[in-house]
Design a protein around this ligand. Structure first.
Ligand SMILES: [Zn+2]
Length: 441
């Protein structure tokens, strides 16, 4: 390229991106003109402006790539993420809480609580006190604040005079002050990626009194491709490359802002092959009904919608004996008697009996509805192998660049975020800063 053409390209790129570009840098690739990106409507919760103290605190952007397994960067070598990881302090893997499902773990990340303590014990369960079923596709249930326990990072920040924002995160739409970001958007599975980039930048360009110090962002695509094509597939690699480009654009835009921004890239869980040969037909005992399928199944009395089902369960010992008879690749428990490392002993909402499949095996209770298994799945115990493990990469002024730390449980992410933001945790949580502290400068 001729020097004059290069100058012209640089000037054009700077105009388009509305950011100064160093002449030593190549022109920015494919940044959409800002005004062409239609932004989704942001909802604002009535919260005070940032206090003078909060305005002095750093910024944290936590991005979740759903189902992004701990070894995907090594496996697929995405261009930008490989560089990002090298500049980050990272965990060898982030161990999810059981069950290694999307909602329970995203909410653990923003509360520091095991699912049994924040209440979202599965993607589908029944709460007898509310006489209400919770499931992902029921938007009204998902917004019902009564399902959620604990104090989210958004609630923690608001209580200490700091504003926050959420661009899609399970529980961020809950009707509860403890789960209220200052700004949020209702979940849109097909929301435009560049609109997300643009909105994050706009939030960080707000005046200091209004600017959120904690922001989170979510992408589902890596989970969806992992289910449809399986870990290791070329299609998943293409999806990762697409997200890689979005992240590159986002991080470049953020780096151009004159702010102390820490970027934390996490995932809720990993992914493993779920072969058809590893199906377990589960016969639901008489008098019971089941919720869920695959890595875990919850059993409730058939009349579970009436009163407290715990009182009306028909002979659970006999049901257990039937379920575990000749069981080779699964085990059913009363939740309170489940193995301690699963941390479900107080998960009353899991029902009378919970059945846990061995890694890679799928429990099938409704054979007609679940004719085919997806090539990839998750939900199994994070203690069996490492395929359920996700990622934790932290890049920015708080983190030691290039530092690698052993695998940790995801309950510890919340106290780390609070520490970076300068927020005090005065309530009881399951996580601790200690296991993560080595990542920090
Ligand atoms: Zn999934």
């Amino acid at each position: 390229m001729q020097f004059k053409q290069l100058l012209f390209a640089l000037a054009l790129a700077a105009l388009v991106a509305c950011q100064p570009i160093e002449q030593t840098q190549p022109p920015a690739p494919s940044v959409k003109p800002l005004l062409s990106v239609p932004l989704a409507k942001v909802i604002e919760n009535p919260q005070p402006d940032n206090s003078a103290w909060a305005q002095q605190q750093p910024y944290v952007l936590m991005i979740s790539l759903d189902g992004f397994r701990w070894d995907y960067v090594d496996m697929y070598k995405p261009k930008f993420l490989s560089r990002f990881v090298a500049e980050s302090a990272r965990l060898e893997g982030l161990r999810p809480s059981y069950p290694s499902k999307t909602f329970p773990n995203h909410i653990t990340l923003v509360t520091g609580l095991y699912p049994q303590n924040h209440g979202i014990v599965a993607n589908d369960f029944y709460e007898s006190e509310l006489q209400k079923r919770y499931r992902l596709k029921d938007r009204e249930a998902v917004r019902d604040g009564r399902f959620y326990k604990g104090l989210s990072i958004w609630g923690l920040a608001a209580g200490q005079g700091m504003r926050s924002a959420s661009y899609f995160w399970p529980s961020s739409e809950a009707n509860s002050p403890a789960f209220a970001p200052s700004y949020y958007l209702p979940y849109d599975h097909h929301g435009d990626h560049m609109a997300r980039v643009e909105q994050i930048v706009r939030w960080l360009e707000l005046p200091p009194a209004k600017r959120p110090h904690f922001i989170n962002l979510y992408f589902h695509e890596t989970d969806t491709a992992g289910h449809h094509y399986g870990p290791g597939s070329a299609e998943l690699g293409e999806t990762i490359n697409q997200i890689d480009k979005v992240l590159e654009t986002l991080v470049r835009r953020l780096d151009a802002l004159d702010l102390a921004i820490n970027i934390v890239l996490v995932s809720d869980h990993g992914m493993t092959p779920a072969p058809e040969a590893k199906r377990i037909p589960l016969v639901v005992p008489a008098g019971y009904t089941s919720l869920g399928n695959g890595p875990n199944v919850q059993l409730y009395p058939a009349a579970y919608k009436q009163g407290d089902y715990r009182q009306s369960a028909p002979d659970p010992e006999q049901a257990l004996a039937q379920l575990n008879q000749a069981a080779e690749h699964h085990r059913c428990y009363r939740p309170e008697q489940a193995p301690a490392p699963l941390h479900i002993d107080k998960a009353r909402r899991l029902g009378t009996i919970v059945c846990v499949a061995e890694a890679g095996w799928s429990l099938m209770t409704r054979s007609k509805k679940y004719r085919a298994l997806s090539p990839g799945n998750h939900g199994w115990s994070p203690l069996e192998g490492q395929d359920m493990h996700g990622i934790f990469y932290g890049r920015g002024p708080a983190f030691k660049p290039g530092f690698v730390h052993p695998r940790q449980d995801n309950i510890h992410v919340y106290p780390l975020l609070a520490h970076i933001l300068g927020l005090n945790i005065e309530h009881s949580i399951d996580g601790r800063l200690g296991p993560m502290k080595a990542l920090l400068k």
